[in-house]
Design a protein around this ligand. Structure first.
Ligand code: TXA
Ligand code: MG
Length: 315
């Protein structure tokens, strides 16, 4: 069946007014960010935050990220610290999420944060979401706009793939140029990366001291749910396909242009590869391939995040 894209809208003043109206009513809509498209709802509304979990089929124990236009708006909900300010100054707005202590007086719905005494906050840089966050007087709870454990969407059309006509509004903000979810960093005690992203460990190490021990912290980490970011067909890592009916995701120079070869970055640029990862897996699935084989991807910088997502997709 062909998708119906009639709930996708371009962004303008009229749509901004409609967006604000829907969010105030506690409705859930999809908005573009620089990382992936999000499923947005008022973080102070019980109705809205409950609905996000329901739409995604998301386990109640998996907390949502709360989005703000700037730190001033977040200060009534969380307790900042020195490391936060250093990272904020360097990377925000941008693809990084900070886990901080929640203020007792915060109005964030406890459903949104899975009843934890911590909150993950983010300041996205995409101009559409920035303009919306500036206009409203509440933050947005916003997970990626995919059904739980599926691939995150990087275009408005991908969101329709995931939710069909269930959303009253999807704003088309073009392709998300980062292409994978934000780096999540726990700043409560010794800083620790909970989910790698395009802002890499090396970038962060140049700004603050960070704990790189493999031991997991007490905080529920995003990796808890093992099968995640799945394209819905088997993903086999570090192997070549034997069959032309199987897709092969490759990286860098020296690959032929076979119809079943999909190069994440011909010029061997890991940021470009991250930007193409979900888009490519979705395309492969749509073209009807039955399996995805993946060549080795270098494991440094953004490559760590790419390998993290691939590993989960292959579970
Ligand atoms: O790039 C992104 O971060 C996108 C866009 C839409 O902003 N959002 C996103 O949200 O990826 P979601 O819900 O798909 O992933 C949020 C991750 C989850 O894995 C969750 O476990 C973690 O953040 N998280 C949220 N609150 C947390 C907390 N208090 N402590 C530890 N991890 C938390
Ligand atoms: Mg997600």
């Amino acid at each position: 069946m062909k998708n119906d894209y009639s709930n996708i809208y371009s962004f303008n003043k009229k749509i901004l007014r409609k967006t604000v109206k829907l969010l105030k009513l506690g409705k859930i809509i999809s908005l573009p960010t620089e990382t992936v498209y999000g499923l947005a709802g008022n973080a102070y509304s019980k109705k809205a935050t409950k609905m996000i979990f329901k739409l995604k089929g998301r386990p109640k124990i998996n907390p949502l990220i709360i989005h703000y236009s700037n730190y001033d708006k977040a200060k009534k909900d969380v307790i900042f610290n020195k490391n936060f300010f250093k990272l904020y100054k360097k990377f925000c707005p941008g693809p990084i999420t900070f886990v901080l202590k929640r203020k007792k007086t915060s109005q964030i719905e406890s459903i949104a944060t899975a009843n934890l005494d911590t909150v993950a906050i983010r300041f996205p840089s995409h101009k559409v979401i920035k303009s919306i966050l500036k206009t409203i007087n509440f933050p947005l709870a916003m997970p990626s706009a995919n059904v739980s454990s599926a691939l995150s969407p990087v275009s408005a059309f991908d969101v329709v793939d995931e939710f069909k006509k269930k959303l009253p509004l999807i704003i088309n903000g073009g392709k998300s140029n980062v292409g994978i979810e934000s780096t999540v960093i726990d700043l409560i005690k010794k800083p620790k990366i909970l989910r790698p992203g395009v802002i890499s460990l090396t970038d962060i190490k140049n700004t603050i001291k960070i704990n790189i021990s493999k031991k997991s912290s007490n905080i529920r980490s995003p990796g808890m749910l093992k099968k995640h970011y799945s394209p819905g067909i088997p993903v086999i890592l570090n192997q070549r396909p034997k069959d032309l009916k199987d897709a092969y995701i490759v990286f860098g120079r020296g690959y032929v242009n076979n119809n079943n070869f999909f190069n994440l970055s011909k010029k061997a640029d890991l940021k470009e590869a991250a930007a193409n990862l979900y888009k490519t897996m979705r395309k492969i699935k749509k073209q009807g391939f039955k399996k995805i084989f993946v060549a080795k991807i270098p494991n440094f910088g953004p490559g760590i995040a790419i390998n993290d997502r691939l590993k989960r997709a292959s579970k």
